[in-house]
Design a protein around this ligand. Structure first.
Ligand SMILES: Cc1cc2nc3c(=O)[nH]c(=O)nc-3n(C[C@H](O)[C@H](O)[C@H](O)COP(=O)(O)O)c2cc1C
Length: 344
């Protein structure tokens, strides 16, 4: 493990120094004015933890269950495409980084490696993220391979109806799709064909899948309700880390209305700006079951491959455990919204 890194910001700073401007901008950046990107972080920071004391916190339990899977902690690696820009072994290396503790990793639908190869490198549970970019027979064939390789669920990403304007990439004339084509298993490059997707496709996916279906990119109670009614089992509250629609709400701010709408009928993942143990505590208190992290994991991969990812996860685990103890809590389960209050 990369023990030379002591903090998450140190890993991020090192990644920024090591990466060429194109990949750095593609990874760190968001859409247009990057308001969504900043808002995710600001909203997390505007919540304070109401610290309780004089509780015996010698033992803090970070384990949780998600769709029946036992997880060592409620933090997952979010799906990211074009990982070849950050490490020559990309997705394979990323899931290796999750292996030491068996953390949950979500593999991107635009992984540059065959889904079987990524699955073989993993020790912990995997979920497959789908970009529905081809005709139904194409999706059926791919998902058959995904299921045969042992992925535990499939999450369809629904917030890439069309590809957004990523101004950092545009200004640098940087095209991540060109890089993707260089990966060992290039995937269909045209994400914009998803403009046709509707709830009919969700019903169809459910009808062919033998594993639970999730939707990634839900931001309103209305859509969360429709999803649950369509039999969706994972509601993934996400604005794509501020990379798609600019000027959406912060994900942590929409969490309460979605938790209420879902009412225990599906598991809830949230992502967007989470990069600390205390951030995770806040999301769990508001009702998320798992917090996914994108860029935080990406910087670990960029600085030292699987070892960098494992180190990032180890630092997060330590932060989560210490800060739960300092909050007077002994478990990640059962945290309540009353643990939080607004703060400027
Ligand atoms: C470089 C990069 C590539 C991404 N690629 C995908 C992808 O292929 N599929 C997807 O559903 N989301 C993708 N995302 C979004 C992440 O899954 C996640 O929603 C987002 O990064 C969470 O925000 P955070 O980076 O602040 O943790 C990507 C994000 C980044 C930073």
């Amino acid at each position: 493990m990369s023990e030379r890194f002591m903090t998450i910001p140190e890993i991020r700073r090192t990644a920024k120094r090591l990466l060429p401007p194109g990949p750095w901008g593609f990874g760190a950046g968001g859409a247009e004015t990057e308001t969504t990107l900043r808002r995710n972080r600001q909203a997390i920071q505007r919540l304070a933890i109401r610290q309780r004391v004089l509780v015996d916190v010698r033992k803090v339990d970070l384990t949780t269950t998600f769709l029946g899977m036992e997880l060592p902690m409620p933090i997952a690696i979010a799906p990211m495409g074009s990982l070849i820009l950050f490490h020559p072994q990309g997705d394979v290396e990323m899931v290796r980084g999750a292996a030491p503790n068996g953390n949950l990793a979500v593999v991107s639908g635009v992984t540059g490696w065959p889904v079987e190869e990524v699955a073989q490198a993993a020790k912990g549970p995997l979920i497959f993220q789908l970009y529905f970019v081809g005709p139904r027979p194409w999706a059926q064939e791919l998902l058959g391979r995904v299921e045969a390789s042992g992925y535990r669920a499939v999450c369809l990403t629904v917030d890439v109806q069309v590809y957004s304007r990523r101004e950092r990439d545009l200004l640098l004339r940087f095209d991540p799709r060109a890089a993707r084509a260089a990966a060992p298993n290039p995937m269909p490059p045209d994400l914009d064909v998803q403009a046709r997707l509707t709830w009919d496709d969700v019903a169809w996916l459910r009808s062919i899948l033998h594993v639970p279906l999730g939707l990634k990119g839900i931001l309103t109670a209305e859509d969360a309700k429709l999803a649950v009614e369509a039999g969706v089992k994972i509601i993934w509250v996400s604005n794509h880390g501020g990379r798609q629609l600019d000027h959406t709400q912060a994900t942590i701010n929409v969490l309460p209305e979605i938790v209420e709408a879902v009412d225990g009928r599906a598991e809830i993942i949230v992502d967007g700006g989470f990069s600390r143990g205390t951030d995770v505590i806040k999301a769990l208190a508001l009702g998320a079951k798992v917090v996914a992290m994108g860029r935080t994991m990406l910087w670990g991969l960029a600085v030292d491959g699987a070892a960098g990812v494992a180190r990032t996860l180890a630092i997060l685990q330590d932060e989560l455990s210490r800060n739960l103890a300092l909050s007077g809590q002994t478990s990640v389960r059962g945290l309540k919204p009353s643990l939080l209050c607004r703060a400027e």
